[in-house]
Ligand binder design. Structure first.
Ligand code: AP5
Ligand code: MG
Length: 231
């Protein structure tokens, strides 16, 4: 008797410093492959806006460019990962960021018979990162990201994706906090590159290229992972 084949949801991780393009590229992958972007930064900003206990605990840390506690981040992420729309696969954007988060993710996935499919390290130099973050803004309606000089909407003041006309700038997108976020990245998150390299799932991508070139390279890395999960 043939057993029915089971499609495992793909679990992709985009690793990289602030401004590397994790959000920009996650959203492109969502549209291209029907995956779901899970950004812990977006989830925490939503919690801050809603004034939940997690948001109240996270706000000051985020504005200072530090890391929110592992316990809070794991709580918001694991709740979201249980939602049914994650069935085809997820792109983890900004998670994990510490060794403890990486270990917790492995445990969470193992309990579901899943594992990390690919970790793609988006690599940019420090000065580029500060320039990208300093000029960034997003559509208040759909969240599409833009930049004062690097990525403008086709029609000034109108979102390319949803036609929205309201835009937001993040409180932590100033040069001082950006430098602090970068230090935090080098100290606590960059060591995960070695961790995933040893696990045999790491791929490095030159994220200094323009957005379209990064998207093209990224799709080339993601496609085989999705193919290997299709019965
Ligand atoms: P989070 O929201 O994750 O911010 P981040 O990691 O600092 O990354 P960014 O969102 O700033 O950059 P990005 O890589 O998404 O770049 P983007 O695509 O927007 O986290 C915020 C805070 O929340 C943290 O500091 C921490 O306090 C807390 N937090 C979140 N997750 C946590 C966790 N797991 N544990 C603990 N704390 C956590 O691009 C940037 C700009 O550049 C855009 O304007 C874009 O248009 C432009 N751009 C992108 N790519 C290119 C390109 N190739 N060429 C030219 N321009 C480009
Ligand atoms: Mg982002």
């Amino acid at each position: 008797m043939n057993c029915p084949s089971v499609t495992q949801p793909a679990v992709l991780i985009l690793l990289g410093p602030p401004g590397a393009g994790k959000g920009t590229q996650s959203r492109a992958l969502e549209r291209r492959f029907g995956l779901v972007q899970l950004s812990t930064g977006d989830m925490l900003r939503a919690a801050v806006k809603a004034g939940t206990p997690a948001g109240q605990a996270a706000q000051a840390v985020m504005e200072a460019g530090g890391l929110v506690s592992d316990a809070i981040v794991l709580q918001v992420l694991s709740e979201r990962m249980a939602d049914p729309d994650t069935g085809r696969g997820v792109i983890l954007d900004g998670f994990p960021r510490t060794a403890a988060q990486a270990a917790a993710l492995d445990g969470l996935l193992a309990a579901r018979g899943q594992s990390v499919g690919a970790v793609i390290s988006l690599e940019v130099d420090d000065d580029t990162m500060v320039a990208r973050v300093s000029g960034r803004y997003t559509c208040a309606t759909c969240g599409e990201g833009y930049h004062d000089t690097l990525k403008r909407p086709a029609m000034a003041g109108v979102c390319d994706v949803c036609g929205g006309t309201e835009f937001l700038r993040r409180k932590d997108d100033n040069a001082d906090t950006a430098r602090q976020r970068l230090d935090t990245y080098h100290a606590q998150t960059a060591p995960l590159i070695g961790h995933y390299q040893r696990a045999g799932v790491l791929q490095r991508l030159d994220a200094m290229q323009d957005i379209a070139a990064v998207s093209r390279d990224l799709e080339g890395m993601v496609r085989p992972v999705l193919r290997s999960r299709t019965p």
